[in-house]
Ligand binder design. Structure first.
Ligand SMILES: [Fe+2]
Ligand SMILES: [Fe+2]
Length: 403
């Protein structure tokens, strides 16, 4: 039986770190070949500084010259559209029967494998492999691998670290006209120069966190959801300024609140499992509630967002809860009043949002409850509780006015 590995990635550009990993695993696992496969990136998700697929492919071809164990495949570029690794592995199994497949991922990506689309199928079709990198936490890698193995998945971690190379650094150096000596093979360096690739990359050095988050949600969301997120961010900032919440946090929370909304339920379940999040009875029956839980977990554990207020605002943006913070209320309301919203009562809701955050909250909660009743869907207890809280505090105020 032949042994082959799939090594996918943007390869923007391919660099010495990729080549070292591929070589190392080819040798230690006695692979017959490693298939480098540049991923397709849909036009609207391309970063300004990104090289197009044909260039990324050509750089891979140049980089492997004289290395018989390495091959390049344009399968995902040819297929176009959003490619999942499972689609590629299934096609490879069809094209190369009687082959044992390995999947090579970067050390950082390896620790998110369980969140991948149809992870269990990916793991069934390939042995999951990675190589530690200089300066990274080898223990985290081996722990993750041990947990995968305990669950019956096949994996392999090479703990002898390879050189750490950053594609971002390469792009930024190329933009500044600096030499790339050692970071990419010299033929790739000459190619980058010849075609003037990465000329816009310098701007990335000055990218703010919100700009980075914007790139991330652009890649994770469909077009209309991406536009919605931008509109909610702007609306949340406006409401925060009006009601005295932190406007910067409100903008960030707005950008990120629906980050998992376009992720298939199966992949969201993997995240829930990965981060040991238990759903309550109502959540279990209603997958549209999951994105708030998985979104907050993804932000905290994968994007490294450590601001508890932002995490809570995302977590409770769909259900609400008793005792919501100002920022939580701002995001909850902004999700109803953002510029892209067109439902029947949106003008009423916008007027209320300009008069009183509490009144708009109550309107939003009532709207949510009506919608759930109409659809015969269970109402989350947090939503019932916040409804009661808002109504009772309104009555309380009324009584005080009468006095
Ligand atoms: Fe949402
Ligand atoms: Fe939303």
């Amino acid at each position: 039986m032949k042994k082959m590995a799939l090594f996918g990635g943007a390869f923007d550009p391919i660099h010495s770190g990729h080549l070292a990993m591929a070589q190392r695993l080819a040798e230690t696992l006695s692979l017959d070949s490693v298939l480098l496969m540049p991923s397709f990136v849909p036009p609207h998700k391309i970063r300004e500084s990104m090289a197009d697929g044909a260039h990324r492919l050509e750089m891979c071809r140049l980089a492997i010259e004289g290395q018989p164990l390495l091959q390049v495949s344009d399968m995902e570029l040819r297929r176009g559209g959003a490619s999942f690794t499972i689609d590629t592995l299934e096609e490879l199994h069809r094209l190369y029967p009687d082959t044992e497949w390995y999947l090579i991922t970067g050390a950082d990506v390896f620790c998110t494998l369980r969140t991948w689309h149809r992870f269990a199928d990916v793991a069934r079709l390939a042995v999951l492999c990675t190589v530690a990198r200089c300066g990274t936490d080898t223990a985290a890698l081996t722990d993750y691998a041990a947990r995968l193995q305990a669950d019956g998945y096949r994996c392999y971690v090479d703990t002898q670290p390879v050189q750490t190379v950053s594609s971002t650094e390469i792009r930024v150096r190329a933009a500044a006209g600096k030499p790339l000596g050692g970071l990419v093979p010299s033929c790739v360096e000459a190619y980058i120069k010849q075609y003037g690739l990465y000329q816009h990359a310098a701007a990335m050095l000055t990218q703010t966190k919100d700009e980075q988050y914007t790139e991330i949600i652009r890649a994770r969301l469909g077009d209309s959801r991406f536009q919605h997120s931008l509109c909610v961010a702007q609306e949340a900032r406006r409401l925060a300024q009006k009601y005295g919440a932190d406007a910067d946090k409100a903008y960030t929370a707005g950008l990120l609140h629906d980050i998992m909304k376009d992720t298939p339920p199966q992949a969201q379940l993997q995240i829930l499992q990965e981060f040991a999040i238990l759903l309550d009875g109502v959540e279990k029956t209603n997958p549209t509630l999951w994105h708030a839980r998985t979104g907050a977990a993804f932000l905290q554990h994968i994007l490294g967002v450590d601001d508890a207020e932002i995490l809570d605002a995302v977590r409770y943006h769909t259900t609400g809860r008793v005792g919501m913070s100002l920022l939580e209320k701002v995001l909850f309301v902004a999700d109803f009043t953002s510029a892209d919203r067109t439902y029947n009562d949106v003008d009423v809701m916008r007027r209320l949002a300009d008069e009183s955050l509490e009144a708009a909250m109550e309107y939003g909660v009532v709207y949510t409850i009506h919608d759930l009743l109409n659809r015969g869907v269970a109402i989350h207890p947090d939503t019932v509780m916040v409804y009661n809280e808002l109504v009772l505090s309104g009555q309380q105020e009324g009584i005080q006015h009468e006095k």
